[in-house]
Every structure is written in structure tokens, then in C-alpha cells.
Design a protein around this ligand. Structure first.
Ligand code: FAD
Ligand code: 2HG
Ligand code: ZN
Length: 521
């Protein structure tokens, strides 16, 4: 039965701080040691003391970090899986400073890693060797907001949640939302073409980004901070940088179209017996909630169990019993009575059709946040194991959960499940056909990796999926792009990279396959 939530503990949304994970004491091995086949590019020079002197001449002293302790959070990623050896981090404040720094690195052939909030999940935002990290942390100004059109222009280092709070005061909202919103930068979001929790309603950044200001490796500032919705004059160059993961230049400014903030938001959580029922619920949601449907997220009982275990009593299952699957449905609209009536009609139909047995509807904002936290805390809960292998795939919805089941079977068959492998977890954005397969293990180990890969990529390719739905390629999948893109497409991508970054200084070792294969854990 459906019930109103009687009590709801305030959600404990974790502060995804710089480099923060649940266990920051865990030592992280250097990426170069984990990837024994990876070699430092001989085309790139080592940093010298003259380079530091130059950086100090164009940036305030506090914007050139060289202290070893201060460097560590820029060298290690959010998962504590990748660790680089950069000995300098630059924190420019202006586009001009970025341009000067990049032009210098290009001239000197110094590798550069652009970094935003360092919440990326594929090892793309941290160095591999001694690349110079250029962080957008100090580039956090809102440049303009037009209340008539909802267009915002801002520096690339603005934190997503800060932008959303700014817009909330003006009746608007950011069109994207993700669990890392408290740390990730809008520039990082654009660079990864982040999807998030409401893509199904508000679309991808390829549609909502109106303009970008980007600094090319040679220091050229590509000023395309358009606020126009329609602009068919020439190639739409900004699209190249959306999802380019720092391989073509540094995004310094973003112009976006933002939607009106919904006057009414409703959230329901339902428990289901099978993934078939998750799909039936999705079809019914599209049918009955259509224009007000704003999110449709699912997770399995393993994910729910981890959140319960790691986040304590405040995250007890709000349903009367536990289920194999959970679905969170959110509606956003302009008329709360109308929206609630629609949601109730949908939930009643689910009950009548015996698709779900149990569910709750949030009664206020606190309960909405509490229900959302059950979903948003899954990545962090998974990260509390010794190691987590994360795969982010697009697959046709009917096959979405089959990958999780097949992987469980495979890891059990080779004797790893219940031993080095703790759990195989499935969750994600059903509305976008995007599965997050997380495999928790006691440690990163080549035996585990070899049991998972390349099987996971072959499986995805066989089912006409994409090996990177929303997190990008980074270092993790640089060698794997061929599972989802044809040789001719990869060739053209390489030509574009060569044209814009002829010396290969931008985010080296990432995104593209190296000329020789390397195995990683
Ligand atoms: P970083 O991690 O700093 O960098 C990511 C990549 O972008 C790197 O390759 C980096 O070099 C490049 N980059 C960063 N800034 C710039 C710039 N200004 N110019 C050029 N290149 C740049 N992703 C999703 O798509 N959907 C989700 O729902 C989602 N949820 C998440 C939840 C959690 C808890 C976490 C930890 C991560 C999640 N992510 C999600 C992954 C991550 O991609 C996003 O958090 C975000 O888009 C990364 O932004 P960032 O500023 O942290 O970028
Ligand atoms: C999410 O949807 C993120 O929560 C993170 O994309 C997924 O950690 C993951 O695998
Ligand atoms: Zn996601």
C-alpha cells in the first residue's frame, strides 16, 4: 500500500569535498605503477624551476601550489583509485591568466591537466605523471543572468550547487543535477558532458549550453559566449568541447539556458519484485505523468543495503519491507494539486495492476530530500569498500539489468564473488537507458580486473550499447573507445585533436588509445 511518510530524518548528504572519500586514510598507489605499460611521453618536458618562476610571474603567489601536502588532493581522484605526481597546481582567476599559462606550457611542451571539482569517475581530472594541473577553483564568478530568457553566463569554476542556489532565488534552476553537485564545477560538467538525475526531462548539455569561452593550447581565447538560442552561422564549435574531457583546451566560461524552477515537486519511492516491473513502471510513468515526469531512477537491493549499512539509522528503508528493486519517481510542474492528482492516479494504477506492492510519497521538502538521498548516496556507499570498479554504460532498457546478473554469475563462476569481490550492484538512470554497474572489492587487483574486463565492454558492444554513457573515457577507458566508436570515427577524432593540440599537451594519456596497449587494475 501507499503511505505518507510519517517521519523523515534529515538527509545526511555528504559534503563531497576536494579529494574527499569515506576513507581518505587509504593509501593510493601511483597510477604509473598500477598501469605498468603506461609510459611518460618523450615529447613532453620535465618541469623546471624556471617554469615555476614564470608561473609566479603571471599569477599571484597563492595561485601557484608547490607544497607537497597541498598538492596531494589535486593528484588523487575522488575514488582514490588514480594518483598522479604533479609538482605544481595553478589556480588562475581570469581567462587571460589561463591563456598565458597554457601558451607557455605549449611553448615549453609541458603536459597539462585541466581540473574542476575533481569528482570525475574515470581518472580524467588527475595527472598520470608530472603534468601541470590547471584548476578552475578560483574562477567562480557569475557574469550575468537574464531573468527574461533564463540565460546565465558564468566562470567555469562555479560549483553546480552554488549556481542552482543563485538561480533558485530568481525562480530558475540548473537543468542538470547530480550527487556531486556540492563540489563539481560547471566547466567540469561541460567537459564531461555530465548527464545526471534529470536529463530525461531537461535534456543534455549539448542542448542547454548556449555558448562557451575556451582557451586553446596555444593561448587563443575562443570567445563564443553566445546567449542566442538559435545560431546556425557556421560549424557549432562549442559542441566539440562538450564532452572533450580537457583534451582540446580549457573551458573558462559557460553560457546556459536554464528552465523555470518548478513550483511543485513531488517524489514517490516504490518497491518492486523484478526488473520487468521496473520497466512496466517506467512505461506507465511516461504514459501517465508525461510532461511532468522529471526523474526516473532505479537501484537494486544490494545498493539499498550498502546505503543502509554505511549511512546509519537516518537511511532506514522507508518502505514496510525490503524489495529486490526500488524506483524513485519525481514530477515537476506548476500546479501542485494537478501534479499530485496525476501522481496519485499513477500510483493507484501501479497498485491495481499489481506492478508494485508498496510505496511512499514524500509530504514535504525534507522528505523529498530524504528519499532522494537514498539514491544519491549510492556512489559514496559503494566507495566505502576497499575498492570499487565502476562501469557506466548505455544499453537498451530491456537489457539494462541483464548485465548485472551476467556479471554476478561470471564472478561467482570464477570463485571471486564472496571472496575478493564483495558485491555486484546495479542502479542508474532508467529514463536514459544508463546503467551504473559498481563492483566492490577488497582491493584493486589485476585478477579481479581481468575477470571483469574486457567482458563488460564486449557485452556492452554486443548489445549495441555505449561503454561511456555519461562519465567519459578519461584514463580508465582510453584504450576502450573502439568498443563503441568505429575506426573511421576515432581517426577523425585524432585528426581534430592533432589540429587543435598539435603538441599533445592537453590531458595526455587520456581519451585516445596509446600506440601500445597497457593493462590496468
Ligand atoms: P573534474 O573531475 O575535475 O574533471 C573531469 C574531466 O573534465 C577531466 O578530464 C578534466 O580534465 C576535465 N575538465 C574539468 N574542468 C575542465 C575545464 N574547465 N575545461 C576543460 N576540461 C575540464 N556524472 C554524471 O554524468 N552524472 C551523474 O549523475 C554523476 N554523479 C556523480 C556523483 C558523485 C557522487 C560523483 C563523485 C561523481 C558523479 N559524476 C556524475 C561524475 C562526474 O563526471 C561529475 O561529477 C562532473 O561532471 C565532473 O565535474 P568536475 O568539476 O568534478 O570535473
Ligand atoms: C550517479 O548516477 C553517478 O550516481 C555516479 O553517475 C555513478 O558512481 C557511479 O557509478
Ligand atoms: Zn549517473
Amino acid at each position: 500500500m501507499f503511505h505518507r511518510r510519517a517521519s523523515a530524518a534529515r538527509p545526511m548528504l555528504a559534503a563531497y569535498g576536494r579529494g574527499y572519500t569515506s576513507d581518505s586514510s587509504r593509501t593510493v598507489a601511483y597510477t604509473k605503477d598500477k598501469y605498468p605499460g603506461i609510459e611518460r611521453s618523450t615529447a613532453l618536458n620535465q618541469l623546471s624551476s624556471e617554469d615555476i618562476t614564470f608561473f609566479k610571474s603571471i599569477l599571484p603567489p597563492t595561485s601557484v601550489i608547490t607544497d607537497e601536502d597541498d598538492l596531494s588532493s589535486y593528484n588523487v581522484d575522488w575514488m582514490r583509485k588514480y594518483r598522479g605526481q604533479s609538482s605544481v597546481v595553478l589556480l588562475p582567476k581570469t581567462t587571460e591568466q589561463v591563456a598565458k599559462a597554457l601558451a607557455y606550457c605549449n611553448e615549453r611542451r609541458l603536459g597539462v591537466v585541466p581540473q574542476g571539482g575533481n569528482t570525475g569517475l574515470v581518472g580524467g581530472g588527475v595527472p598520470v605523471f608530472d603534468e601541470v594541473v590547471i584548476s578552475t577553483q578560483h574562477m567562480n564568478g557569475i557574469r550575468s543572468f537574464d531573468a527574461a530568457s533564463g540565460t546565465i553566463t558564468c566562470d567555469a569554476g562555479c560549483i553546480l550547487e552554488v549556481l542552482d542556489n543563485y538561480l533558485a532565488e530568481r525562480g530558475y534552476m540548473m537543468p542538470l543535477d547530480l550527487g556531486a553537485k556540492g563540489s563539481c564545477h560547471i566547466g567540469g560538467n561541460v567537459a564531461t558532458n555530465a548527464g545526471g538525475l534529470r536529463l530525461l526531462r531537461y535534456g543534455s548539455l549539448h542542448g542547454t549550453v548556449l555558448g562557451l569561452e575556451t582557451v586553446l593550447p596555444d593561448g587563443t581565447v575562443l570567445d563564443n559566449m553566445s546567449t542566442l538560442r538559435k545560431d546556425n552561422t557556421g560549424y557549432d564549435l562549442k559542441q566539440l568541447f562538450i564532452g572533450s574531457e580537457g583534451t582540446l583546451g580549457i573551458i573558462t566560461g559557460v553560457s546556459m539556458l536554464t528552465p523555470k524552477r518548478a513550483k511543485s515537486t513531488n517524489v514517490a519511492l516504490v518497491g518492486l519484485e523484478s526488473f520487468e516491473k521496473v520497466q512496466e513502471t517506467f512505461h506507465m510513468a511516461k504514459d501517465m505523468l508525461s510532461e511532468i515526469l522529471s526523474a526516473f531512477e532505479f537501484w537494486d537491493h544490494k545498493a539499498a543495503g550498502l546505503v543502509r549499512a554505511h549511512h546509519g539509522v537516518g537511511h532506514k528503508d522507508p518502505l514496510t519491507s525490503q524489495y529486490p528493486f526500488y524506483v524513485l519517481v519525481e514530477t515537476q510542474g506548476s500546479d501542485s494539486e494537478h501534479d499530485m492528482a496525476k501522481l496519485n492516479g499513477f500510483l493507484e494504477k501501479l497498485l491495481e495492476s499489481s506492478i508494485v506492492d508498496d510505496g511512499v510519497v514524500a509530504q514535504d521538502d525534507t522528505q523529498i530530500k530524504s528519499l532522494w538521498s537514498l539514491r544519491e548516496l549510492i556512489p559514496e556507499a559503494c566507495s566505502k569498500a576497499g575498492a570499487v570498479y565502476k562501469y557506466d554504460v548505455s544499453i537498451p532498457v530491456p537489457k539494462l539489468y541483464t548485465l548485472v546478473e551476467d556479471m554476478r554469475e561470471r564472478l561467482a563462476a570464477v570463485g571471486l564473488l564472496g571472496q575478493q569481490v564483495e558485491e555486484v550492484i546495479g542502479y542508474g538512470h532508467v529514463g536514459d537507458g544508463n546503467l551504473h554497474l559498481n563492483i566492490t572489492a577488497t582491493s584493486y587487483d589485476s585478477k579481479v580486473t581481468q575477470a571483469i574486463e574486457p567482458y563488460v565492454y564486449e557485452w556492452t558492444a554486443k548489445h549495441a550499447g555505449s561503454i561511456s554513457a555519461e562519465h567519459g573515457l578519461g584514463l580508465m577507458k582510453a584504450e576502450k573507445i573502439g568498443y563503441s566508436k568505429s575506426p573511421s570515427m576515432i581517426h577523425l577524432m585524432r585528426q581534430i585533436k592533432q589540429l587543435i593540440d598539435p603538441h599533445g599537451i592537453m590531458n595526455p594519456y587520456k581519451y585516445f588509445p596509446s600506440t601500445h596497449q597497457h593493462q590496468h587494475q
